[in-house]
Design a protein around this ligand. Sequence first.
Ligand SMILES: [Zn+2]
Length: 283
Amino acid sequence: MPTGFRPPLALILLVGASLPAIGDDAPPAPGALKAPPADEFVVIPLRVHILSSGDLKDVDCALTDADIARVLGKANGIWHQAGVHWGLESLVREPAARQGRFKAAMDAGPADKLGVFRLLIPEDSRSDEGVDVYYIHKFSVNGVYLGNRVAFVQETAQLRPVPGGIDEPLPRVTAHELGHSLGLPHRQDVTNLLASGTTGTTLNEAEVARARDRARAMPGSLPVPHLRKKAEEAVVRGDHPEARRLRTWLAEIPGEGAADARKRLDALLPEAEKPGEPKPGSP
Ligand SMILES: [Zn+2]
């Protein structure tokens, strides 16, 4: 658990449970920059919120744990060219907040409709580190970065395909909004990540430099050598959930250290979670 963060009980339970393993990276897109060595990566905690609503169909999001794992795996495949890794800190399923006020504000007329979505954010589950991404069913844009380390993404995102673009909208929209959280403005070159509404995923050298600067300044972000040290410290003091989370992030970073990080992670997993080891007495 990052220093200074005091989660509500429900969140502790969620964080303590095993998080979905993030899927494998997609191969780098044509024109993508080469990822730096693992030791140069910066890891940023990402808290994913799946908002639900019984009344507001456009808010109620149906994404599964497997969807989130796949989407973040691909979004990280995009961001690895910048040496930035988004580590899933927790996955929170929760009802949207202030639904009545939200509906009234949406019905009231053509005000700042995207700002109104801030109403839906449950205050207790906000992270004070990294970025919070909220998934909803549908709104007037694919995604929006609302400032203050908060982004919204619609699960029904649609994009205009471009040569070399990614095969699925959601990881690209997520990665695009995360780009805004790292200070990147739009750049309408069609095949790049910060173009509006396309499947493009590339970043140029200037964007990488700017994003990395902002990543290092993001509250809760950690350079890989520091992350490794923190993981070992968590092992020593017996904080296995924390050790497991940090070693999971290390194992997701491409490069020479990944296999070693995976081995260290496996050493922490309870027997039941280890792949390929049949439990005694199981059919
Ligand atoms: Zn944008």
